[in-house]
Design a protein around this ligand. Sequence first.
Ligand code: NI
Length: 176
Amino acid sequence: MAIREILTVPDARLKQVSKPVEGGVTDEIRALMDDMLETMYDAPGIGLAAIQIGEPLRVIVMDLQENDEKNPRFFVNPEILPLTEDTAPYEEGCLSVPDVFDEVERPTECRVRYLDYDGNEIEEVATGLFAVCIQHEMDHLEGTLFIDHLSRLKRQRAVDKVKKAKRLKDKEKSAA
Ligand code: NI
């Protein structure tokens, strides 16, 4: 397992549409998911899509860490279907847009179908934080970030903030 670099805006790779995993959940895909999980825990965050570490594949890892317990979840080739027209706002953040948080409105309930770590086909209903997170991560697979749901002004501000923070960090690194 290895901690990988997380891409941040405005990296153009985040805009790619990720490709389905062909040939099922192989050891290679499991190794990718292990890296993703370690990278996500290290960040720390509660969800990560493969494209965030530069791999344009339809793979997501997640751990909502409810009850302070580790409960990693893995989604290969996920598909979602909203189950209600009811939406609710939730203050979202993203490891590719560090230190930016804003409300996004999404359906409160959806059906999720995917292959898990062992390649089993799972279908379940997502509500609450799980519903928010899986929809946020599914967006990544289409090259969409949560800030794309905000106004143009807010989006630009977010990108500028991340760019500025990265410049400072790079400067510190080169000075060290
Ligand atoms: Ni994200």
